[in-house]
Design a protein around this ligand. Structure first.
Ligand code: GRF
Length: 204
């Protein structure tokens, strides 16, 4: 039986498209994306996904930028109870996920554009450049109640060069994100992941 997932986005949605393409290409065979959900009615990724024929909808999550309102949590939980997905994939979703939503599915995954635990939160490519790191990258991790904190599934590394701008570094990392997220999902849906405390073991 196919596993079901929903993807939460807030704007551009390029990672959600990378996941959909991995399904289309046959790499993620046993996965179905039931809905792409945006907390921002003007998310460009919403328009792109709809245009490509996917089930994509704006769902009100609250007026504050990074937090769900009570009504927002109810909206999302109602939808999850209707769809009954196995997983939620966060892909550029800018709100902290309340525990009730995390507990409503088997797993919630997130992608973050730094090598965690370095540079949590926002504007992390700028944080990395300002710090002077020589490598950066992206992390796909399980989501727990702390921001950018859960067990790490996959990381991909990129070099950082002296003349990099935030835009150039972000693009270099994004290219790796589009590979890392489908890879992490592949491991998950093919039961290749074991979690011991906060250590993710890849089982053969
Ligand atoms: C990505 O860099 C992701 O790691 C971060 O937000 C950005 C979203 O990009 N969480 P997109 O919306 O998937 O294009």
């Amino acid at each position: 039986m196919k596993k079901k997932a929903v993807i939460f986005i807030s704007d551009r949605g390029s990672n959600s498209i990378a996941i959909l393409n991995a399904i289309k290409d046959g790499y993620l065979k046993n996965l179905e994306i039931s809905m792409i959900i945006a907390d921002n009615r003007n998310a460009s990724g919403l328009k792109k996904a709809k245009k490509a024929g996917f089930n994509a909808n704006f769902v009100y999550a609250g007026t504050k930028k990074s937090k769900f309102s009570e009504r927002g949590v109810e909206n999302y939980l109602n939808l999850i109870h209707k769809i009954k997905p196995d997983y939620i994939f966060l892909a550029g979703f800018m709100r902290i996920i309340p525990e009730r939503i995390i507990q409503s599915v088997k797993y919630v995954l997130n992608i973050h554009p730094s090598l965690l635990p370095s540079f949590k939160g926002l504007n992390v490519q700028k944080q990395a450049l300002d710090y002077g790191v020589k490598i950066s990258g992206c992390t796909v991790h399980f989501v727990d109640t702390n921001v950018d904190n859960g067990p790490i599934i996959i990381q991909r590394v990129v070099p950082v060069f002296d003349n990099d701008t935030v835009e150039i570094l972000s693009q270099r990392i994004l290219k790796e994100e589009h590979k890392a997220y489908p890879e992490a999902i592949w491991l998950l849906i093919n039961n290749k992941i074991g979690i011991r405390d906060r250590i993710v073991e890849i089982v053969e």
